[in-house]
Design a protein around this ligand. Structure first.
Ligand code: NDP
Length: 248
């Protein structure tokens, strides 16, 4: 189906997968609300989209804070009228072994990766239910399908997103004509590894880049576009996208 003229809220739009998806959707005629905390990055992206003839609004938003989410969503609805697409993509991956007891980092992952998705969904869903249509795309991960040593809490948060996605699909599809897609990428070259506070773990993860060609953020943007453009009777419920060379 055509997404021309629709409005999307994209969280985590200041870098990586979110920024690439914002550019891709804007090129396809979607009016995009760009949500993240780094306002300078968002302003630069709005300028780039507008230069290319697209429409975008910067929404300085902390997904952990439900009031910040509500005010960003209200600003987007005011700017463009409706919210047809929600890309729940903001996330963190500060990896460490469980025995390191980085409890504050566990909390941050739960707050951003799970509660953030709940906050934005709660703020946007009433718009979609009222419109009797919508599409929610959630960024889970290969870590939302499998569990890896050293990624335990991150895997738990991404498994939660996989579960939430399917539950939402079941509850919202037939009743409200809202489609839900869960995207599960393998390794993508972005700024995600910068969140890792343990230098040895960070080095280990960075070394993976010498062993295989990572996906590009644009590859995931293409995947999101594919799901959004599928015919309205068809819900691409789950997409597992891997680098060809990622053999695990
Ligand atoms: P980036 O680090 O480039 O992007 C993460 C984004 O999340 C940034 O835009 C950041 O913006 C935003 N963010 C973080 N915390 C908050 C917050 N509290 N409120 C609002 N926004 C926030 O990494 P990716 O593009 O790789 O990550 C995007 C998603 O993809 C994440 O959910 C990640 O778990 C997932 N993923 C990534 C993979 C990879 O290999 N890169 C593989 C599988 C899944 P800001 O700091 O400006 O707030």
């Amino acid at each position: 189906m055509s997404i021309q003229g629709k409005t999307a809220l994209i969280t985590g739009a200041s870098s990586g997968i979110g920024a690439a998806t914002a550019l891709k959707l804007a090129k396809n005629g979607v009016k995009v609300g760009l949500a993240a905390r780094r306002a300078d990055r968002l302003a630069a992206l709005v300028a780039e989209i507008e230069r290319d003839g697209g429409q975008a609004v910067a929404l300085e938003m902390d997904v952990v804070d439900s009031a910040s989410v509500a005010s960003g969503v209200a600003k987007l609805a005011e700017a463009f009228g409706t919210i047809d697409i929600l890309f729940n993509n903001a996330g963190l991956m500060p990896l460490s072994d469980v025995e390191a007891l980085k409890v504050e980092e566990w909390h941050r992952m739960v707050d951003v990766n799970i509660k953030g998705v709940l906050h934005t969904t709660a703020a946007v869903l009433p718009h979609m239910i009222a419109a009797k249509s919508g599409h929610i795309v959630n960024t889970s991960s290969i870590a939302g399908r499998k569990v890896f040593a050293g990624l335990t809490v991150y895997c738990a948060t991404k498994h939660a997103i996989t579960a939430l996605s399917d539950g939402m699909r079941i509850e919202l599809g037939k009743k409200h004509n809202i489609r839900v897609t869960c995207v599960q990428p393998g390794a993508v070259e972005t700024e995600l590894l910068e969140q890792i506070s343990d230098p040895a773990v960070r080095r280990q993860m960075e070394e993976l880049k010498t062993q295989m060609e990572f996906l590009k953020a644009g590859d995931i943007a293409d995947t999101v576009l594919f799901a959004l453009q599928s015919p309205s009777h068809m819900d691409i419920a789950e997409v597992f996208v891997m680098p060809t060379q990622q053999a695990w």
